[in-house]
Design a protein around this ligand. Structure first.
Ligand SMILES: C[S@@+](CC[C@H](N)C(=O)[O-])C[C@H]1O[C@@H](n2cnc3c(N)ncnc32)[C@H](O)[C@@H]1O
Length: 335
């Protein structure tokens, strides 16, 4: 039995019950959920405990007495020596059973202790590796294992779906779970969707599960291998999807047109927007991911053809101190 004790005031995000899971996913992905405290349910609302003063999710920030577990804490840093504890990364990404952490140069000498503390406190983690950045056209993450099992292959669960991949050979970001869920709620059954930079197909599968038909492309041959396995793993039939190893700009679309196009290649999506606009049907949409300055100097309308309109701009997550990943929902001839 866990012992519950009331303690000092902390920030909570209050959201309505119908957005509770979406809010939780967002907070978890961003590392904003304070997992040392319990959520509070009240009437038609849920209060998620935060480790931040503000978050970009619709809801109200309120201060309340935090309800905590006294027996164990989920903060892996508590088992580290005081001198390392405050320097060790507070948040990290998880792909299946693999934890991906960023280690600043000045604490590299302590990386093994940090990784072992993580393995000890999170029984679901079997491998801890260091993230040395994403590189090249395939956007592959350079990784180095510090502790645990010697593998980069894992099965990641997201929004009730399963994605398997070797994350040292293909791109995957667990931080896009909220985005994939958001876009999947916008589609109508029967839509024909192009996932132009598909990776191991997390967007494609999220939309195919909602009844869309998918054409998915990726220039990295390794992506197709995992994508096809993932389509099958998630119960999708072969007539619902086609996946080609091809560059978007080289693929011959013949007369094909799409209800929706997902362009998730945020470091190089703008040069391909013109071609995407030629491929979208009237009333259709493009979801374009782009890394831009946080100062709002980037204006997507500078790149839109006549008849196209940006209907939503959302900051998905921070990318660097001065830039963020943004999504732009763009509609064609909307009435
Ligand atoms: C940021 S990743 C996104 C992958 C996937 N959509 C996801 O959410 O995990 C971009 C992907 O685009 C692929 N790529 C890069 N340039 C491309 C191009 N010109 N045509 C098609 N795919 C490309 C990369 O191999 C990579 O898998």
């Amino acid at each position: 039995m866990q012992n519950l004790t009331r303690i000092h005031l902390i920030n909570y995000l209050k959201v309505s019950n119908d957005r509770a899971e979406e809010a939780k996913l967002y907070l978890k992905n961003e590392g904003y959920l304070n997992e040392d405290f319990l959520p509070i349910k009240e009437d038609n609302s849920i209060f998620w405990p935060l480790n931040q003063d503000s978050v970009s999710f619709e809801g109200t920030i309120v201060k309340r007495a935090g309800l905590s577990y006294t027996k164990t804490s989920r903060d892996y840093r508590l088992s580290l020596d005081k001198n390392i504890r405050d320097l060790a990364p507070r948040s990290f990404d998880i792909f299946g059973e693999i934890a991906i952490i960023r280690i600043a140069d000045d604490i590299q000498v302590h990386e093994k202790e940090i990784a072992d503390a993580l393995l000890l406190s999170h029984k679901n983690i079997k491998t801890v590796c260091v993230d040395m950045g994403v590189h090249g056209d395939f956007r592959i993450r350079e990784l180095r294992i510090i502790s645990g099992e010697d593998t980069f292959v894992s099965l990641h669960k997201e929004n009730g779906m399963n994605f398997k991949a070797d994350i040292s050979k293909v791109y995957f970001s667990p931080r896009l779970a909220t985005e994939r869920h958001r876009v999947s709620l916008l589609v109508r059954k029967g839509e024909y969707v192009l996932d132009a930079f598909a990776g191991v197909a997390p967007f494609s599968i999220s939309l195919a599960k909602r009844g869309c038909k998918l054409l998915s492309l990726d220039s990295n041959p390794e992506a197709r291998k995992w994508a096809v396995e993932n389509f099958k793993k998630n119960g999708l039939k072969s007539n619902q999807y086609t996946f080609y190893t091809s560059k978007f700009e080289d693929y011959d679309f013949d007369k094909k047109k799409f209800d929706r196009i997902v362009m998730n290649n945020p470091t190089n999506s703008i040069p391909h927007l013109k071609k995407a606009m030629d491929l979208v049907l009237d009333g259709g949409s493009i979801h374009l991911y782009h890394i831009a300055s946080k100062d709002n100097s980037f204006d997507i309308s500078d790149y839109l053809d006549f008849g196209f309109k940006c209907t939503l701009k959302r900051e998905v997550h921070a990318y660097s101190p001065s830039s963020s990943l943004f999504v732009f929902d763009i509609g064609k001839n909307l009435h």
